[in-house]
Design a protein around this ligand. Sequence first.
Ligand code: ADP
Ligand code: MG
Length: 448
Amino acid sequence: MQFTDFSLDKRLQASLNHMGISTPTPIQEQAIPVALSGRDLMASSKTGSGKTLAFLLPAMQRVISTKALSKKDPRVLILLPTRELAHQVYSQLRLLIANTQYRAVSILGGENFNDQAKALAKDPHFIVGTPGRITDHLFQHHLYLNGLELLILDEADRMLDLGFAPQLKAIHEAADHRRRQTLMFSATLDHDEVNDIAAQLLKQPEHIAIGASHTEHADITQRIFLCDNLTHKEAILQQLLQTEQHKQVIIFTATRGDTDRLATLLAEQGFSTAALSGELKQSARNQIMDSFSRGQQQILVTTDVASRGLDLVNVSLVVNFDMPKYAEEYVHRIGRTGRAGAKGDAISLVGPKDWVNFKKVQVFLRKTFEFSALEGLAPKFSGLKDAPKKKSPVKHSNKAAPQQRQGKRPTAKPAAKRDKRFITGVDVGDAPMRKKPKPAVDFMDDDE
Ligand code: ADP
Ligand code: MG
């Protein structure tokens, strides 16, 4: 099957030819006809499988080939959880609309509100945005959604994890449910809150799920290194970066403080490194992402902010310097490599404090990892014993913590944060899965 089989408008077909894209991916093959038919859709497939075009092409086709319900209101609204992600979808949309008369704007948190109000007053046909800022404009009457024809929720589970359910409902209520089509996309849709919101926003949706989340990533080689403490982690990382050939590298740390500290250390070791943390101004973040995606640095150190959906084609290695708190996050992080069928590597450094989170990843993936080790850097740590039923498992973290702090961790603050994180991890892992705690500020990306 080829894109030409969808009989898309010739301008869209020309853009695809220009991008060198001719054969749809499986999710595109299945989702595009449903979306073109006007039905609601709930779709999931692994990261890097081409979901963006699976919704942008039908959205464009609809706008080009049908008459607008309203002359002033936007026709298509695309919502994403983070600014980086929205930026990326907006860039792809810009490529597609370049040779048409249609206009698109991006409405993101952290950018100038008045400029956005002015851009909205010009009646764009497409809006790409984060839910917080979109609802702000809605409530300020800069934006009306009565004529909205198509609502697209990308990375829906993540938007809900970030607490955007009220905004999604407000946006839904501002639009005319009867006339509107709604498409929901994510890498993971097996999520209670997603099903709740889908029941409210979608009308008899078609369901498409390609590849369950735990079977994905055949193209990514995953290695686990056990580590004794922070210094040991740093030594292993340095040796791996020096001895292995990698294109670009993304390194995930648990907190912003760790991001900055590690980036400085790697720069001192002579690696060209950028650090991306949530507290930077939006313009600074855009600049960092742009220069990294243009290959100006080899290494990007970041927290989970950058782990979702970002399409960085030259990343061949992802490093979990700290294990993520949620097992799904591991899948999203390593999905930053191995994009569109390319091969990728993922390395996880597992110290005593990461152990509980590491075990959760194994359970989630239904996989038992073998451990790798480097010559001269073999660990003493060999995993924690499962906590006996009655004793509080927090004891283990107290034992492990002083060792971990022997490294260069500078102030008491990040250490305190980490302890809290570890305790949370133990809580969640030990109890039957409860409702997830609200993500920490580090994960919060839409700044209102
Ligand atoms: P997802 O949202 O599923 O994580 P993206 O939409 O970001 O994935 O796409 C990942 C990469 O694959 C992008 O670089 C995109 O340009 C490329 N891509 C998308 N569709 C195709 C296709 N049909 N053929 C080749 N490459 C594609
Ligand atoms: Mg995506």
